[in-house]
Design a protein around this ligand. Structure first.
Ligand SMILES: Cc1ncc(COP(=O)(O)O)c(C=O)c1O
Length: 607
C-alpha cells in the first residue's frame, strides 16, 4: 500500500518518474491488459533517442566489436502476440546484419570459456529433477533445472561471479557497482563477499524492503536512488567512473553470459536420453544466450526456446524485427524479466542460435507456480516459473508426446505480497476456474432457477447486488474440470434466456471489476483510466494534485500486487471540452496509463 501512503515531505532521494513524458500523443495503450490477438501486427515506430542502451563492454578475452548498433525502435508489446505455446519469433537466419565476420565473437570461445568457468566457487551444480505430476498430465517428461535452489535462490550469481572473478585484483580492490532491483543485486553482493571486495548496489527507491535488506545482509552497500531502474543505472555508471569501480551489468557482457552458460553445460551432462527442447526464461537474454552458446555447439538439434510474458516480449519482438527494439511499456508481474530492451551481445547470440520464443499469460505463470508447489512444495517467483509455463503451453499446442523437455526454474525470490494474486489466478491459469457474468430477471425465484441451471458446477465466488427492478447482473467464478462441462452450463443458462458472458480472459475484471460489483450506476462524462502508480509514498497525492479539485473522481480501485507499480482503476468526470486538458495533465504525471472507458466488461458490470 506504499502508493497510497501520503508522504509529508518528499525524500531528497525521490525523483519524478519520466516514464511517459517522451510519448507524443497522450495516453498509450497498456500492454498488460489486452486480449491476445491472433498472430502479428508488428511494425516499427520511430527510433528512440532519449534512452540509452546498456553498453556492451567486451570481455578482455573477446575481440572488441566495432560496429555501433543503430538506436532501437519503440514498439508496443501488443504488436506481436500469438497463441500460448506457439513457437513464434523464429529468427530469420538468411538475413545478414552487416557485421563482418571479423567482428563476430566466435561461439567456440564461449564454449571453452563456459567449460573453464569458476562459478562453482559460489554456485552449486543444481539438480535436474523430473516434474512427475506435470509429466504425467502432459505425456511428456518435463525436467526442471532447479536454479531456484542456488545459494541466493536464482542463477544470477553465476554470471556475476564469473565476470567478477576474472577482474584483476587491483580492479577488485577498487570495488564493484551494479544497478538492480532483484536477483542480480544478490548475485553481485554474494560474489563480492566471496572475492572479498566492496560492492555498491544502486536500487530504485521503490524496491521492497525485503529485497534491499537481503542485499545489505550479504555485506553490500545499498543506495536507494530514483524511481526507476534507468535512474538507478545512471547513478551506478556515474559512480563507477568517479570511484574507479567496475560496473557489473546484469546480462549484456560476454563474461556474464559465460557464467549463465554453465547452466547449459550442466543440463547436457545431466540428461540421459535425447532432448527435444530447453525452455529458458528471457529478460535481457543473458541466460538464454549462454545456454544456447553451449548447447548449440555440443548438441545442435536440441531446441533452445525462450519464454517471455506476453506483456514483456522484448526478445520476441527483437527477433521478429531482426533488430533490437525497445518496448514502450513493460508488464511488471514477472519482475525478474521486466526488461524493455534486450542486450546487444545477448541479441546477437540469440539471433544466431535461439529457435524461437513462446509467450505466456500472467494467469499461466500463476498456474505454473501452483504446479511447482504441488510437485515440490517450493514456491517460485513469477520469472522463475516462466519456463515451466512455456514448456507446458508448447507441449499442449504441438501435442508433443513421449519426449524429454527441460524447463529452467530460474528463481524463488518471491515477493510475499504477490502470493495473494498468484493464488487468485492460479486456477484460472490452469483452466480449472472460469469467471462469468449472467444477466437474470430481477424477480422472485430467479436466483433459485439460476442455481438449478448452474447445477453440479462448484461456485467459488458469487457477487450480486440489487440494481434495477428489471434485471440483475451476477458475477461469479466456477471450478472447471473439463471445457465441455463449462460449455454445457453456459448452454443451459442461455437456453433459459439467461445471457451469460465468459470473462475469464479479462484482466480488468480479475484485477478490479470483480471487487467493485454492486456499485452500478451511470455517471455522467466518466472517463475510465487504468494507471500504474509507482509504489512509493506520495504517489497518490501527486495523482490527486494533477486532477483534483479540477474534476470529480467517481471511482477509485487500488490493487497492490507486490510489484513496483500498483494497478489503479480510476473514474474521473471530465466534460468533452476538457479532454485535451485532461490528457495533458495525465501525461505530465509521468505514470503509465490507458483510457479504457469503452471497455465492454466495464459497461456490462458497472453501468
Ligand atoms: C528469476 C529470473 N529468471 C530469469 C531472468 C532472466 O535472465 P536474463 O536477463 O539473463 O534473460 C532473471 C533475470 O534477472 C531472473 O531473475
Amino acid at each position: 500500500m506504499e502508493a497510497l501512503r501520503v508522504s509529508p515531505a518528499h525524500s531528497p532521494l525521490l525523483r519524478s518518474q519520466r516514464l511517459q513524458s517522451h510519448l507524443p500523443n497522450g495516453p498509450q495503450k497498456l500492454s498488460t491488459r489486452r486480449p491476445i490477438k491472433p498472430f502479428v501486427s508488428a511494425t516499427l515506430s520511430r527510433p528512440t533517442a532519449d534512452v540509452s542502451a546498456e553498453p556492451s563492454t567486451s570481455s578482455a578475452s573477446f575481440e572488441t566489436r566495432t560496429t555501433p548498433s543503430p538506436p532501437p525502435h519503440r514498439v508496443s508489446a501488443d504488436s506481436l502476440q500469438y497463441p500460448p505455446g506457439f513457437l513464434g519469433a523464429v529468427p530469420d537466419r538468411t538475413a545478414t546484419d552487416g557485421n563482418d565476420n571479423g567482428n563476430i565473437v566466435d561461439a567456440m570461445e564461449y564454449l571453452t570459456n563456459i567449460l573453464s568457468s569458476k562459478v562453482y566457487d559460489v554456485a552449486i551444480e543444481s539438480p535436474l529433477e523430473l516434474a512427475t505430476k506435470l509429466s504425467e498430465r502432459l505425456g511428456v517428461r518435463v525436467w526442471m533445472k532447479r536454479e531456484d535452489l542456488q545459494p541466493v535462490f536464482s542463477f544470477k550469481l553465476r554470471g556475476a561471479y564469473n565476470m567478477m572473478a576474472k577482474l584483476p585484483r587491483e580492479q577488485l580492490d577498487r570495488g564493484v557497482i551494479c544497478s538492480s532491483a532483484g536477483n542480480h543485486a544478490q548475485g553481485v553482493a554474494l560474489a563480492a563477499k566471496k572475492l572479498n571486495c566492496s560492492a555498491v548496489i544502486a536500487m530504485p527507491v521503490t524496491t521492497p524492503e525485503i529485497k534491499w535488506k537481503s542485499v545489505e545482509r550479504l555485506g553490500a552497500t545499498v543506495v536507494l536512488i530514483g524511481d526507476s531502474y534507468d535512474e538507478a543505472q545512471t547513478y551506478a555508471k556515474k559512480r563507477a567512473q568517479e570511484e574507479g569501480r567496475s560496473f557489473i551489468p546484469p546480462f549484456d557482457h560476454p563474461d556474464v553470459i559465460i557464467g549463465q552458460g554453465t547452466v547449459g553445460m550442466e543440463i547436457m551432462r545431466q540428461t540421459k536420453g535425447p532432448l527435444h527442447a530447453i525452455f529458458v526464461p528471457v529478460g535481457g537474454g543473458g541466460l538464454i544466450a549462454g545456454i544456447a552458446a553451449y548447447v548449440k555447439r555440443v548438441s545442435p538439434k536440441v531446441k533452445i526456446i525462450g519464454v517471455e510474458p506476453s506483456d514483456a516480449n522484448a526478445m520476441a519482438l527483437s527477433l521478429h524485427h531482426g533488430q533490437r527494439i525497445m518496448l514502450d511499456q513493460v508488464g511488471g508481474f514477472a519482475d525478474g524479466v521486466a526488461v524493455k530492451e534486450v542486450g546487444e551481445e545477448t541479441f546477437r547470440l540469440c539471433k544466431d542460435m535461439v529457435d524461437g520464443v513462446v509467450l505466456v499469460s500472467r494467469d499461466a505463470i500463476c498456474g505454473s507456480i501452483k504446479d511447482m508447489f504441488e510437485e515440490t512444495r517450493s514456491i517460485l517467483e513469477p520469472a522463475g516459473a516462466l519456463a515451466l509455463a512455456g514448456a507446458e503451453a508448447y507441449c499442449k499446442y504441438y501435442g508433443l508426446k513421449g519426449e524429454n523437455v527441460v524447463a529452467i526454474t530460474s528463481g524463488a525470490n518471491m515477493n510475499f505480497d504477490k502470493l495473494r494474486v498468484v493464488t487468485e489466478l492460479a486456477n484460472v491459469g490452469r483452466q480449472q476456474e472460469a469467471v462469468l457474468a449472467t444477466i437474470m430477471p430481477e424477480e422472485p425465484g430467479s436466483f433459485k432457477h439460476y442455481c438449478e441451471l448452474v447445477g453440479p458446477m462448484n461456485i467459488s465466488e458469487f457477487k450480486y447486488r440489487y440494481n434495477s427492478d428489471k434485471q440483475a447482473v451476477v458475477l461469479y467464478s466456477v471450478g472447471v474440470h473439463t471445457a465441455s462441462e463449462l460449455k454445457e452450463m453456459q448452454e443451459r443458462l442461455e437456453s433459459c434466456r439467461l445471457k451469460t458472458y465468459n470473462l475469464t480472459k479479462s484482466d480488468l475484471v480479475k484485477d478490479h471489476l470483480r471487487y467493485l460489483m454492486g456499485g452500478r450506476s451511470n455517471v455522467q462524462n466518466e472517463v475510465l483510466c487504468h494507471f500504474v502508480f509507482p509504489e512509493r509514498p506520495g504517489a497518490l497525492m501527486k495523482f490527486l494534485d494533477a486532477f483534483s479539485p479540477r474534476w470529480n473522481i467517481s471511482l477509485f480501485h487500488y490493487r497492490g500486487q507486490g510489484e513496483t507499480g500498483a494497478n489503479v482503476l480510476v473514474g474521473i468526470q471530465v466534460a468533452r471540452g476538457d479532454i485535451d486538458e485532461f490528457q495533458a495533465r495525465a501525461g505530465s504525471l509521468g505514470y503509465d496509463y490507458a483510457v479504457v472507458t469503452d471497455n465492454d466488461e466495464f459497461n456490462l458490470l458497472m453501468h
